[in-house]
Design a protein around this ligand. Structure first.
Ligand code: SAM
Length: 295
């Protein structure tokens, strides 16, 4: 059944539209766990077993994962320092009939990880690129943040310094969408402090730490509260920052709160108040629910 699924994925549609029986080589982009090794999907294991070669960011690191699942496929290093050099050779292998799988140290390749050079080259050659989806820290943090998930922006790591960093912070503060960013633990406090300085102090935010691991933690508060907390609490492990979007100009939090009070006073439940605020004003659901609970 599983090999049938893989086989089907790699069948090419002929120009007439019918499926050819010939299997063709594919480049698989395989997500791996972000901490908890049990978050490996069944299809990821089968794919890594089936290909001719696994390209891994750090082969020693990934050996542990492959051993855990009895995957004996040869591995080769593919990372930011050799991708330009290694890509033509990998395209050659794909053209000669080998399927390859790309993995990164954790999560989904190409998401703040190497791989885009290879994917672009494969796509340009007409080689099928097949995603094998799974864990990614950005989505794991976002969905448990409690912030609005209907529209969000993923910023990856902010530029380290200079004008680029200032511009990235400004656009984050100006965004009406929830923003998700990766940060090194040693820089968390500084980034939060810069968000406060830039005018984002009152925004709801969440620091998601050590996702899927033993000490997983979600710390919630305004940006200012989190900046204060982390200014004197050193952080261990990996973190994702999620920041709520700016309220659209037309929405005024004080006016929304007032409307929530009057709805409550007329006997509406908190749930009804939240629903009415969303319907009447287009307020983000998490804000509407927060105001409804507060009143
Ligand atoms: N490709 C990965 C993904 O799909 O999530 C991200 C790789 S990026 C080089 C590493 C960053 O992802 C870390 O600095 C941290 O911001 C975030 N990250 C990865 N694993 C995490 C975890 N278990 N908990 C919290 N953040 C994590």
């Amino acid at each position: 059944m599983v090999s049938l699924l893989l086989f089907q994925t790699c069948r090419r549609r002929s120009p007439e539209g019918d499926m050819s029986d010939r299997t063709i080589p594919c480049l698989y982009i395989v997500s791996t766990p972000i901490g908890n090794l049990s978050d490996m999907t069944f299809r990821a294991v089968e794919t890594l077993k089936s290909v001719a070669l696994v390209l891994a960011e750090d082969t020693r690191h990934s050996r542990h994962l492959l051993d855990r699942y009895g995957i004996e496929t040869p591995m080769e290093a593919y990372h930011e320092h050799n991708e330009a050099r290694a890509t033509p050779r990998m395209i050659q292998r794909l053209r000669s009939g080998d399927s390859l799988a790309l993995i990164s140290d954790a999560g989904t390749p190409l998401i703040s990880d190497p791989g885009s050079t290879l994917v672009q080259a494969a796509a340009a050659e007409g080689i099928p690129v097949v995603p094998i989806p799974g864990a990614s820290a950005a989505l794991a943090a976002l969905v448990a943040s409690g912030l609005d998930t209907s529209r969000f922006i993923f910023l990856g790591f902010l530029p380290r310094k200079g004008r680029e960093r200032r511009e990235a912070l400004d656009s984050l503060i100006a965004a009406e969408e929830t923003c998700v960013l990766y940060e090194a633990p040693a820089r968390l406090a500084e980034t939060l402090a810069e968000l406060v300085k830039g005018g984002g102090e009152g925004r709801d935010a969440v620091v998601a730490r050590e996702l899927t691991k033993e000490f997983e933690e979600f710390r919630r508060g305004t940006v200012e509260e989190l900046a204060r907390y982390y200014s004197d609490t050193p952080v261990r492990g990996e973190v994702v920052i999620v920041v709520s979007g700016r309220l659209p100009e037309t929405l005024d939090e004080a006016a929304l709160r007032e409307r929530a009070y009057s709805l409550r006073a007329s006997g509406a439940t908190a749930r009804d108040v939240a629903r009415t605020l969303v319907a009447e004003t287009g307020a983000p659901r998490n804000l509407a629910y927060r105001l409804a609970q507060e009143t």
